[in-house]
Design a protein around this ligand. Structure first.
Ligand code: HEC
Length: 208
């Protein structure tokens, strides 16, 4: 960082500190409005990526407003609303094929303007989680899921839990950093079942 920039940041920080709280709040909300205006101006429909994606839903807007620290009552209300919208598999089965699940977990493909609507998206799970012990490239935004089935079992309750968690992580934690794969139509029912199997099947490399 150059000295001039550092100086100007220091001066603005000092200025912000000197502001009365109400003034500071107003300045921040003006900045939020300006940012939203710029984002809306610069994002355009391109292929399957529509500019409407930048519009926040009620839950995202609340998480932005409270910087992910929702008042407990609002948090419970929003989580209940997300949970109500979860659609469990109609055949009552949650476990698919872990091999297909591993491919999905590896793939970060999908949802960009150069993808086609009919191309299936990937789950991108390794970007945030450790899963199989064989894969050493993984992100750490989310907790390690290595040995998930070994530790948590693989009965029907945990199968339903994992499916629902993949379908809509924000039903369990309103401002979770994990995408809502089912809720937002990123993954299909069959794909989410394959991921449940990846986490819970005793034969999956996650549990070996
Ligand atoms: C952008 C990061 C991100 C991605 C991508 C992501 N997750 Fe997560 N995941 C998280 C975070 C963060 C948590 C921690 C809990 C929370 O925030 O609510 C989590 C929690 C979980 C949990 C609950 C763990 C527990 O101990 O109960 C499961 C299961 C899970 N993720 C599975 C997946 C699967 C499967 C995928 C791929 C389809 C995936 N995640 C993709 C960030 C991510």
């Amino acid at each position: 960082m150059n000295a001039k920039l550092l100086m100007s940041i220091t001066v603005s920080a000092a200025f912000a500190l000197a502001m009365a709280p109400a003034q500071a709040e107003k300045a921040a909300s003006n900045l939020d409005a300006k940012t939203a205006e710029i984002v809306k101006r610069d994002f355009r429909d391109k292929g399957i990526a529509k500019a409407t994606r930048v519009n926040q839903d009620e839950l995202q807007a609340a998480c932005s407003k409270y910087v992910d620290k929702l008042p407990p009552k609002l948090k419970a209300k929003l989580e209940a609303k997300e949970a109500e919208a979860i659609k469990l598999p109609v055949d009552g089965k949650f476990m698919g094929d872990w091999k297909a699940g591993e491919k999905l977990a590896q793939s970060g493909r999908g949802m960009t303007w150069s993808d086609k609507a009919e191309d299936p998206a990937g789950g991108n799970c390794y970007n945030c989680h450790q899963l199989s012990s064989k894969e050493i490239a993984f992100g750490t935004i989310g907790p390690s899921l290595l040995n998930f089935g070994k530790v948590r079992g693989n009965g029907e309750d945990i199968q339903r839990y994992v499916y629902a968690r993949i379908y809509n992580a924000k039903a369990a934690n309103a401002c979770a950093n994990m995408p809502r794969f089912g809720h937002m139509g990123i993954l299909s029912e069959a794909q989410m079942k394959d991921l449940v199997a990846l986490l819970l099947d005793p034969e999956s490399p996650v549990n070996k």
